[in-house]
Write a protein that binds this ligand. Structure first.
Ligand code: ATP
Length: 225
């Protein structure tokens, strides 16, 4: 009985962290690219977005981030934790995104790359401590001073995720972030990312071509195209 009550409280908290799309569609020059789509991703769940090249997967993620090129027209409503994202600038949406390429700044050290993700309001010792914690979390203790080019692909991928998480997003979008890693590393990194998403109750949307990603995810699967 107690276990059931705890389970219900847990799923209530996950619902409160929900990312919800209601009738979200995208068109380009009057041609429908993404037909109206409705889905809800609870906190900690990973939904999967699949579809052939050019079917609009990255455009949909850009729309959620608030960075969709104005040549596109988007309709529908997006809410995150009950907040309507329509009209909010990208920096106020609390939507974090991770790409296929890690996009680390080559002229900054690993620690400086991580600090870039932190809210500007966090200053001084708090900033340094947050970076140290992120390095430890990513099993990269002692590597903060390194140039990103001297890290392995897996280490760089972990820095990129940590940088995204340090911005304290309320949702996580993943645009094929595993596709450039070799098979063994891919499954370890995927498990690590999904674990962070669960612990932080982040509703997560993963764009992928890899059926293994879908097998490991526990949210809805959407096929475009
Ligand atoms: N800024 C833009 N201006 C005009 N057309 C664009 C722009 N960005 C993307 N497109 C077009 O929009 C369509 C959808 O592109 P999108 O990148 O969203 O597809 P995708 O499903 O993510 O593809 P892939 O799997 O190859 O990454 C494509 O036909 C693309 O050429």
């Amino acid at each position: 009985m107690r276990a059931k009550a705890m389970e219900e409280a847990e799923s209530g908290r996950n619902r409160a962290h929900r990312l919800e799309l209601s009738g979200v569609g995208i068109s380009l020059h009057g041609r429908v690219l993404v037909p109206p789509l409705s889905l809800a991703i609870d906190g900690g769940r990973v939904a999967v977005l699949m579809g052939p090249s050019g079917s609009g997967k990255s455009s949909l993620l850009a729309h959620l981030c608030g960075t969709l090129d104005p040549v596109f027209d988007a309709v529908g409503r997006v809410t995150l934790r009950g907040v309507d994202l329509d009209g909010l600038p990208p920096e106020q949406r609390r939507v974090g995104i991770l790409f296929q390429d890690d996009l680390l700044f080559p002229h900054l050290s690993v620690a400086e790359n991580l600090a870039f993700g932190l809210p500007a309001a966090l200053r001084g010792a708090g900033r340094r401590e947050a970076v140290e914690r992120a390095l430890d979390d990513a099993d990269l203790g002692g590597l903060g001073g390194r140039d990103p080019a001297t890290l392995s692909g897996g280490q760089r991928a972990r820095v990129a995720l940590m940088r995204t998480l340090l911005a304290e997003p309320a949702a996580l979008l993943l645009d094929e972030p595993f596709s450039k890693l070799d098979v063994a590393l891919r499954s370890r990194f995927r498990a690590w990312v999904f674990d962070h998403a669960r612990k932080r109750r982040l509703p997560t949307l993963l764009v992928t071509h890899d059926p293994m990603d879908g097998a490991e995810a526990d949210g809805p699967v959407i096929e475009l195209g």
